[in-house]
Design a protein around this ligand. Structure first.
Ligand SMILES: Cc1ncc(C[n+]2csc(CCOP(=O)(O)OP(=O)(O)O)c2C)c(N)n1
Length: 681
């Protein structure tokens, strides 16, 4: 069908979709950068979705029961910005559209969560959005089970392109959604056969329809420019018992000289061609000008959600007070009042009992007391439940017949798990945590980075955190992963030394509102080092004096996690020789960095020699060794310089030189002035 016939068949729809197309074309041309073709191609589907199906209210963008819209093909960000502007989100002014991709504008290159209202997630890295959306849909199911259909009953809609479907993470997401029959998840696939390098066939011959069907989805194939077909497909999708993929056959850069070519993917900046495209659409106004009648039509779409939202509020008010309070508290990311007292009581009990436990087991013990008082937690593991110790007795398992279950068997899908957990956190009302082995941080990392960037408090439980895992060998032994996590801005990396520090770390991770946490936990048993009960959360300080020097302070040992008890043993050895030695536990560098100078100076005064002990690479430690009043010639590092090996843990620590005796020897050498440069990583 040619464009004139399309316009004639549905004039009202056509002009609304044209408004999206024209704004996208103008904004990208003005910025001389961006992606014109996708918004132009998917404008029809987006128009029908927002006009006829989405429940949303621009005057209350965070209304909890709104439908969620995830632009997984985030490079087409102008599609979303145009929709937000046209439907009347206050902050998405025409000025912002005109300043697309400019410094200070909320219209960033990819739609960033937190920049503008109405953006549910940021999906620059392809495949993330569709994977986040699985978490959104799970969150909706869990919350509906907890609070009832009266107050939780919404859909998650996604626009995904060929790129999203090609990325491996999408396979994890799609199979999860299929397994769990997430029937309120609807993916609109922008089936335009074009990516940057050329036609999809250059690099793929997947039967996408067959792929989704085999994963347990319903698939509807339509002409993605026909509003009736789009509407009918969405209507059907909402009734389906399975998640639905709507394959929208579209033309990238519809009506433009670049239509159906990879040129159409990027920035269309040729004035003549752009003018010709507008003429082909029948769009006659100047740049950034939306005719009043069209804008009014769009604003009416934006206004229609208000009454639905108000009706929801009235229903919400009929919930029992306790339920309302828990719902609102969880959405506000506030912790229950009981949390602090619960953690204190637990710590007291543990410092008295002084158990020898792996911190992964400590973590389970902590979760056993937290999960019953925080109904918003959702735990899980990527097929390592027994190893990660993430499941507690009261959670129940999330499944098709138990939507209220708070434990997810994610399967062997670290990447998908991490992305879906982010989706749950972004949905609101839940606090997801999930586990895998620490070395598989690599597999979860893209989503971990986005959690940090989006400022959401997802908790990544990473067990088997060093050579201390032993016989599984170097493929499983993380060496560089602490450094990688610490290198990520806005991420708390907790490496607790015992059960007490583990409890404190969990309290902080679950109190965080805008920073994700990595909990780095051991496989091997560790003694309790915090045997004296302190009500204060010491991990909150990031680094603190665990045991001070006896006599003249000549050395400071800094350590984290399993190496804190080694430091304590080294201190005993050194004290027996009259070398006064302080042990500083540093479970969270980022929190220590936040302390004021005076406190950091009290913990790490200048003068004594300093040795850091950590069964990971040195990267990052130099800051604490010879920054912060330290001196290079008075510092040393005991840790890893290469990958590990397969052997029992105690043999590995001995063979690789991470021992109390090696630490004591390093201190003796430094105290005697025998410093040797160490250029290894
Ligand atoms: C993980 C990741 N890899 C690469 C890119 C760069 N990139 C942005 S869009 C794109 C092509 C996407 O093709 P498609 O989804 O078909 O979008 P369309 O051409 O239809 O706009 C690529 C490779 C990215 N954003 N994320």
């Amino acid at each position: 069908m040619d464009l004139k016939a399309r316009a004639a068949a549905h004039p009202d729809h056509w002009s609304k979709a044209n408004a999206i197309r024209a704004l996208a074309l103008d904004a990208v041309a003005a910025a001389n950068s961006g992606h014109s073709g996708m918004p132009i191609g998917m404008a029809d589907a987006a128009t029908v979705l927002f006009e006829k199906h989405m429940n949303f209210d621009p005057s209350a963008p965070n209304w909890p029961d709104r439908d969620r819209f995830v632009l997984s093909a985030g490079h087409g960000s102008m599609l979303l910005y145009a929709l937000l502007h046209l439907t009347g989100y206050k902050d998405m002014t025409l000025e912002q559209i005109k300043n697309f991709r400019q410094w200070g504008a909320i219209t960033a290159g990819h739609p960033e969560y937190g920049h503008a209202t109405g953006i549910e997630t940021t999906t620059g890295p392809l495949g993330q959005g569709i994977s986040n959306a699985v978490g959104f849909a799970m969150a909706e199911e869990i919350q509906r089970a907890h609070y009832g259909k009266k107050v939780v009953d919404h859909y998650t809609y996604v626009i995904a392109g060929d790129g999203c479907l090609m990325e491996g993470v999408s396979q994890e997401a799609i199979t999860l959604a299929g397994r769990h029959q997430l029937s309120k998840l609807v993916v609109l696939w922008d089936n335009n056969n074009i990516t940057i390098d050329g036609p999809v066939s250059l690099s793929d011959r997947t039967d996408q329809v067959g792929r989704f069907v085999s994963a347990g989805w319903d698939v509807i194939e339509i002409d993605g420019h026909d509003p009736r077909e789009i509407d009918a497909a969405l209507t059907q999708a909402k009734k389906n018992q399975k998640p639905t993929m709507i394959a929208c056959k579209t033309h990238i850069a519809l009506g433009h000289a670049a239509q159906d070519t990879s040129k159409g993917h990027g920035a269309l900046t040729n004035d003549e061609q752009n003018a010709a495209a507008k003429a082909a659409w029948g769009w006659t106004t100047g740049p950034f000008e939306v005719p009043d009648a069209v804008l009014e039509g769009w604003r009416a779409i934006g206004a229609r959600g208000k009454s639905t939202r108000e009706a929801w509020e009235a229903r919400f008010d009929t919930l029992p007070r306790g339920k309302r309070e828990t719902f609102n508290r969880a959405y506000a990311l506030d912790v229950p009042k009981k949390l602090s007292a619960t953690i204190k009581a637990f710590k007291k009990q543990m410092s008295e009992g002084a158990p020898k436990l792996a911190t992964r087991a400590s973590s389970e013990k902590v979760l056993e007391v937290i999960n019953p008082i925080m109904p918003e937690t959702v735990g899980g593991s990527a097929d390592l439940t027994g190893s990660n110790n993430t499941k507690t007795s009261d959670l129940g398992v999330f499944d098709t017949d138990n939507r209220g279950g708070r434990y997810v068997y994610w399967g062997i899908r670290e990447h998908g798990m991490a992305a879906a957990m982010n989706g749950m956190a972004l949905h609101g009302g839940l606090r997801p945590y999930g586990g895998t082995f620490m070395c598989f941080t690599d597999y979860a990392r893209p989503a971990m980075r986005l959690a940090a960037l989006m400022k959401i408090p997802t908790v990544f439980v990473m067990t088997h955190d060093s050579i201390g895992l032993g016989e599984d060998g170097p493929t499983h032994q993380p060496v560089e992963h602490l450094a990688i996590s610490r290198a990520t801005p806005n991420t708390y990396v907790f490496r607790p030394a015992d059960t007490i520090e583990t409890a404190e770390a969990w309290e902080l991770a679950l109190s965080s509102k805008s920073t994700p946490s990595v909990l780095s936990l051991t496989r091997q048993g560790l003694p309790t080092v915090r045997t004296e009960h302190k009500t204060k959360n010491m991990v909150a300080q990031g680094g603190y004096v665990l045991a001070d020097a006896i006599g003249k302070r000549q050395a400071i040992l800094m350590a984290t996690g399993s190496e804190v008890s080694l430091a304590m043993q080294a201190r005993d050895i050194l004290h027996a020789e009259g070398i006064g030695t302080r042990v500083v536990s540093m479970p969270c560098w980022e929190l220590f960095e936040e302390q004021d100078e005076a406190l950091r100076k009290r913990v790490l005064p200048g003068g004594p020699v300093r040795v850091a002990i950590e069964a990971g690479i040195r990267m990052g430690w130099d800051r604490w060794l010879f920054g912060e009043r330290g001196k290079r010639e008075k510092s040393g590092f005991i840790g890893m310089h290469d990958f590990g090996a397969s052997a029992p843990a105690d043999v590995l620590f001995k063979e690789l030189g991470i021992t109390a005796e090696a630490t004591a020897q390093k201190v003796r050498d430094l105290v005697a002035g025998n410093w040797k440069p160490d250029t290894r990583i």
